[in-house]
Design a protein around this ligand. Structure first.
Ligand code: FE2
Length: 200
């Protein structure tokens, strides 16, 4: 067992790793004119961050919730800037159908995260009703995998873990504080913005 001062030193080193990653992402954000180029440049950095995950993830980042997937904040920038979360998924926990209205970079630390993609086919992307969705392909993200998205205009998806799969721990970086997103009711053909909570 580590001595308390060693714990504190490890926590400082872990915090510095995250700060450095966020600083690099902010620099990339300033230098990119296309969001597709931005997520391309951050994807490799996320791979590096995944390799360092044991050094900065704390027990608080690993908190699960039996009621739904857990959203644990790792870094929230002031002024609605970049945010980084550790999400913990128990078997059978899924998001609703949603989009984030911003860019994102996802990396998996433990387990296999499933993403199911949808295309909006009604052609009226600004409207919140009369929405037609078509199911698309899926992606299985294993430890070390990175997935990115940009809002062109939507990136509509469901993410989660099947009932018979092990739990998942994943890192999610977004272009703003992720405290709200659009959720879709595919049967009703509607979408609405909801507030989403997170643990700090
Ligand atoms: Fe998402």
């Amino acid at each position: 067992m580590m001595a308390p001062d060693t714990h504190a030193g490890a926590a400082r080193a872990g915090g510095a790793l995250v700060e450095s990653f966020i600083d690099e992402c902010r620099r990339a954000e300033r230098q990119s004119t296309e969001l597709a180029d931005l997520v391309l440049s951050i994807a490799g950095r996320m791979r590096g961050l995944l390799a360092e995950a044991p050094r900065f993830l704390t027990p608080a980042h690993r908190r699960a919730d039996p009621a739904h997937y857990a959203r644990n904040a790792v870094h929230i920038s002031p002024g609605n800037g970049i945010s980084l979360f550790a999400l913990v998924w128990q078997p059978g926990q899924w998001t609703p159908v949603h989009d984030h209205g911003t860019w994102g970079v996802v990396g998996v630390v433990e387990g296999v995260l499933q993403e199911r993609n949808y295309s909006r086919t009604d052609g009226h992307h600004g409207r919140a009703s009369g929405i037609e969705l078509r199911r698309g392909g899926i992606t299985l993200l294993a430890p070390g995998s990175v997935s990115t998205f940009v809002p062109n205009p939507d990136h509509i998806h469901v993410t989660g873990v099947p009932d018979d799969a092990p739990p998942v721990l994943s890192l999610h970086l977004y272009g703003r504080e992720m405290n709200s997103f659009n959720i879709y009711d595919a049967d009703a053909g509607t979408r609405r913005l909801i507030q989403v909570a997170y643990e700090v």
